[in-house]
Design a protein around this ligand. Sequence first.
Ligand code: AMP
Length: 388
Amino acid sequence: MIVLVVNCGSSSVKIDILESETGDRIFRAKAQRIGTQLCQIRIDDWTLPLPGADHEKAIETIFQQTSLEGVTAVGHRVVHGGEKFSAPIRIDETVERSIEELIPLAPLHNPANLAGIRAARKHLPDRPHVAVFDTAFHHTLPRCARTYAIAKDLREKHGIRRYGFHGTSHRWVARRAADFLHEDLRNLRLITCHLGNGCSITAVEHGRSVETSMGMSPLEGLVMGTRCGDIDPGVLLTLQRHAGLTVDELDHLLNKESGLLGLSGISNDMRDIEQRAAEGDESCQLAIRVFCHRLLKYIGAYIAVMEGVDAIIFTAGIGENSASVREQVCQHLGFFGARLHEERNREASVDRLKPVALISTDHSQTRLLVVATDEAHAITRETEEVLK
Ligand code: AMP
């Protein structure tokens, strides 16, 4: 099946056309800085300025650059599926309306996802469109893991609970790991660490998500590129009361100026931070230590939640590429029999054709793996499953 994948962020649009079985990419385009005078489309090495374009204009222009004739279906990444969507679903008017009703839960993401759905349905009305939700995989979170300790009436009125995100990636890498280990996913306890610009970690027990670090929004949990992750809510009260920050200023601070960027003071990119840390920059050294410590703390917690773990998986930009971050975390995991193979770790390299690398020793009781994530390919497979 040839699937066109639409992934709309608040200021970007990514369009991929893939063969669902192999994951071969037929076409790839990206529009950035949507809604500004600097908006431009990039296809391979070619750049087209598109000042002031919105999502619809960007999608329409990208569609003009390639043939859509062979496309069988369209898969849309949708960030928040709320309580309602526990699996991907074929999009119709009712589904569109439901995604719109979920905007209060994901004010930054769902409006962009919806703009992408509307534009693509307008231009390709005769193909089936499927919504694939970041939250769906976490529908299996037990009540004790998804409930915040505040009053029931407030929780129910405002949909306040933990939902979890990055579900498509966690599910994808868990499956790749099970294939690699020649095990049935239903027999495994896995911890999947998605460490990219956004970071989250999930406990996958017998194929089901039973704990995950992102919560009602993608702000909770690990330290991320620009997001703070876990923080005492008292800090927010202090910033409002004593630093005079408004709600919008707090939102911007916690989502865009914190995490690795806030800690290092120079960059949200782990490559820059690792380089400066090696040159002796103390803020960058601390940023890496805080990042790794938070991750280690979650891994320990998830081992307790599942009463053990068979494999720990590192994925996404940092997880796949930073041997140093993996080493700084794994060197503390010997207490339950996980042994990092230093050379395998340094040399690990994964891609679509060789998506899994083993980085633990042959005698390690818990396997340590690097697994390439591929959200576009995962979305094509989920789209295909719905249509079958
Ligand atoms: P993603 O969101 O999965 O594309 O991951 C993006 C992040 O991966 C970047 O912000 C970098 O911090 C990180 N990254 C990519 N390549 C490397 C590398 N070779 N070493 C360390 N971090 C990397």
